[in-house]
Write a protein that binds this ligand. Sequence first.
Ligand code: GLA
Length: 374
Amino acid sequence: MSQKIKVVSPGRVNLLGEHVDKNEGKVLPAAIDRAINLYAETRTDLILKLNALDLGESVEIDLSRLDAKLDSAGNPLRSWAHYPAGVAWSLQSGGFETRGATVEFTSNIPMGAGLSSSAAVEVAFAVLWQAMSGWSMDRLTLAQYCQKAEVEYAGVNCGLMDQFACANGVENHAVLLDTRSLEFKSVPLPKDTAIVIADSTVRRSLQTSAYNDRVADCNTAVAAAHKRNPAVHSLRDVSVAEMDALKPQLTDGVYRHARHVVGEIERVDQAIRCLETGDSKSFGKIMFETHASLRDMYEVSCPELDALVEIASCFSGCIGARLTGAGFGGCTVNLVERSKAEAFVQYLSDGYLSKTGLKASVFITHASRGAYVE
Ligand code: GLA
């Protein structure tokens, strides 16, 4: 008898710790109340039949022949299909069964907007195969298999943050993950605040290659730092002063990109102390500093994201604002006094429209639980 399963898998917003998860930094994301809903029915063969309802596209994939990245008819897989296929491929590499299924899915996480729509898909399918196939795995390991799918199958050299947040989100909390020790804990959000997301609606092409280029630059800086001090294995091991001392040996771009990461790793530690002492104001100040660093040093912002942050900074109840996720377009995350959140949504939408002529999608979000079978 076939079995029917529904999986809900959320997107995520990152509050702090941007572009540090490839360098063993700490990250502070939260799963959000936007999610992919996946409806599956098991099959007796090894075919994965996918229907991406939002795209109006479907594909059949043979789960016993994933290496070639082709559909059952021999055509190259569309980019969206690399995520479910990649997760099956990754799980199989660890010896986990992935049963055939017919799956329909729909998502209200904006695509390519820095809210981890692709990680949500990966985690949804991993949770589905776990439910269908009966094996068990903790959520950190599950996130690691999904990350492997994205890096080795879809070709984005990403860190663990997104898959981790989609799999391990906790209602009303952010989740602090140390990407070096892999220790994590949920932390309450700053008191009496709301998280507001603003989608600039701008999407940059070449996002994947630019992301991978930044990672490569940081690896170049790590190699130079390692030469000086063999104890250095990632930018987590490098202080701001050490980074600055390395400057003459690096190109300007490599220095600035790595300098962002080193500074951001420090900022997250400061921000954690702010959360512990209930100092939301200083936490918000750090968010603004992170944005400036992503704009000027890591170079992943764009005029539209800068406009959103600038407008937000003029609103008296806005505690902090910055771009969230990989950047190159997409969304900002805003920490706002809860009683002023609705007014802020209106203010930011109006201000962005008059400044850029573009209509942003601005919404209040709630920190949610990670992916689950409903
Ligand atoms: C993308 C990657 C993450 C992380 C962020 C930037 O979302 O998938 O691993 O590097 O960018 O913080």
